[in-house]
Design a protein around this ligand. Structure first.
Ligand code: PGA
Length: 246
């Protein structure tokens, strides 16, 4: 269960939320929990979560190791700040900051190279869904965002994919479990076709888009939904914890 805080929470608010999650009784044999705070909160998260099983992710990253890239952050910097994971290609980055699948591919390669686990996001817009292009869009995003690994034929099984239909993010409109499952199965089959059965079965595919305490259970009952990337509902201790206990 991955909490994507986006550009939210002051340091004080973050401290309260992190302490709330930390002191809860989460069964880490059953669920893996990850928080993705803004960059300036990573250090605090790293300090507060030290010695716990709660994982930390960056929300974005540059593919270079260092240099003249004003405003960017490198894989090593994320690692030093305590991150084991990094979210890449979130639809907000694609739509608002013009990130392409080609740059997501460069970032995914750099993350893997640096020993960070990428959480690669894909998803169609409402227009694309209405025009019945969902599977074409997903296939193209997967082919391009994981192009190098596809070519090399070796995608680490630790890589995580997140299916987030753009029309369901922050809108209160969750994909029905059946609609989400259909796309997750498509992604699973793509993985099996491009890699091998084992990779396809092992790689985790998260669902994201208006996940809430009252819909998580049904989503998690679907055979190809392995977890969730949660935005709005991850900002309150009670709702996030109740999601982790689906
Ligand atoms: P949401 O965001 O849960 O607020 O819809 C999910 C996401 O964008 O990762």
């Amino acid at each position: 269960m991955a909490a994507n805080w986006k550009m939210n929470l002051s340091l004080d608010e973050a401290r309260d939320l992190l302490n709330g999650i930390k002191s809860a009784k989460i069964d880490f044999n059953k669920v893996e929990v990850l928080v993705a705070p803004p960059f300036t909160t990573l250090q605090l998260a790293n300090e507060l979560l030290a010695g716990t099983d709660i994982l930390i992710a960056g929300q974005n990253m540059h593919w270079g190791s260092k240099g003249a890239f004003t405003g960017e952050i490198s894989p090593l910097m994320l690692k030093e700040a305590g991150c084991s994971h990094v979210i890449l290609g979130h639809s907000e980055r694609r739509a608002l900051f013009f990130e392409t699948s080609e740059t997501v591919n460069q970032k995914a390669d750099a993350a893997i190279e640096a020993g960070l686990i990428p959480i690669v996001c894909i998803g169609e817009t409402l227009k694309e869904r209405e025009e019945k292009k969902t599977f074409d869009v997903i296939r193209t995003q997967l082919n391009k965002s994981l192009k190098t690994s596809c070519k090399l034929g070796n995608l680490p099984q630790s890589v995580i994919l997140a299916y987030e239909p753009v029309w369901a993010i922050g809108t209160g409109k969750t994909a029905t479990p059946e609609v989400a499952q259909e796309v997750h199965l498509f992604i699973r089959r793509w993985l099996i076709e491009n890699f091998d059965h084992n990779t396809g079965e092992t790689i985790r595919i998260l669902y994201g888009g208006s996940v809430k305490p009252d819909n998580i259970k049904e989503l998690m009952l679907q055979p190809d939904i392995d977890g969730a990337l949660i935005g709005g509902a991850s900002l309150k201790t009670d709702s996030f914890l109740s999601i982790t206990k689906f």
